[in-house]
Design a binder for this molecule. Structure first.
Ligand code: PEP
Length: 252
């Protein structure tokens, strides 16, 4: 594999964090400043209420959103557009997270519309896919993930600079459980093949993150797997010390 962008370690704060939590972004910036040889990019995706202040606080850390509406503007109460995000310095958006698919019935077709909107505005789309426990036990993990990728990422307009795929087995999110290294390797290898089939040379360069109970103690092993190009981190991203422990274990 050639010309792969730097791995990405992205923190998804979900619905956590009041203004005081921005000190964690400051703390992360301090850590980066004293580790100039970092071998990964870092991103924090705080709740929408903190995005604007976070982009002001962040220098090296990228700031991403957790969701967006596909339309440019209009009568969509409570929603925000990709252009509103770029307007305040946000550079990425998480799309199709399993919690949005489950809590809000988001389908892959809607995710694809949001991905196209992200591209319209110049945002990096972090597209989440992953099977449930039942689907894995039924031997359907690869089918489910392949279908989600094919239906969530539009062929037109997608490339290695604007798409990151996050493989997040639903049963590993927030549970402390992780798949075996072999299972991660097998899934990421299959995702790579699928992306190459869909996007040719760009598919070879798209970053594929692993997400689900990543922490400092398992990061080196998980990030060392072939075709794992970084992590999407939930719980362990809320404190700069815990988040940076992942970076220290895998990318220093
Ligand atoms: C997530 O929800 O994207 C996630 C990976 O959560 P956690 O790290 O807490 O499992």
């Amino acid at each position: 594999m050639t010309d792969l962008p730097k791995p990405l370690v992205a923190g998804n704060w979900k619905m956590n964090g009041l203004k005081a939590a921005l000190c964690e972004v400051d703390a992360l910036e301090e850590k980066i400043a004293s580790h100039l040889n970092l071998k990964c990019d870092l991103m924090i995706c705080p709740p929408a209420t903190l995005l604007c202040s976070a982009t002001i606080a962040a220098k090296k850390v990228e700031i991403g959103a957790q969701n967006v509406h596909a339309a440019f503007s209009g009568a969509h109460t409570g929603d925000i557009s990709t252009e509103m995000l770029t307007d305040i310095g946000v550079t990425a958006v998480i799309l199709g997270h399993s919690e949005r698919r489950a809590d809000h019935g988001e389908k892959s077709a809607q995710v694809a519309e949001k991905v196209a909107a992200a591209q319209r505005a110049g945002l990096l789309a972090i597209v989440c896919v992953g099977e449930t426990k039942e689907e894995r036990e039924a031997g359907q993990a690869l089918n489910v993930v392949s279908r989600q990728i094919a239906d969530s990422i539009p062929i037109e307009g997608s490339n290695a600079d604007n798409i990151v795929v996050a493989y997040e087995p639903v049963w590993a999110i927030g549970t402390g459980l992780t798949p075996s290294v072999n299972d991660v390797a097998e899934m990421h290898h299959s995702i790579r093949d699928l992306l190459k089939g869909m996007f040719e040379r760009d598919g070879d360069k798209m970053r594929i993150l692993y997400g689900g109970s990543v922490k400092g103690s398992n990061a080196a092993e998980l990030m060392g797997v072939d075709n794992v190009n970084g992590a999407l981190v939930g719980g362990a991203s809320l404190k700069a010390d815990d988040f940076f422990a992942i970076v220290e274990a895998a990318y220093l």
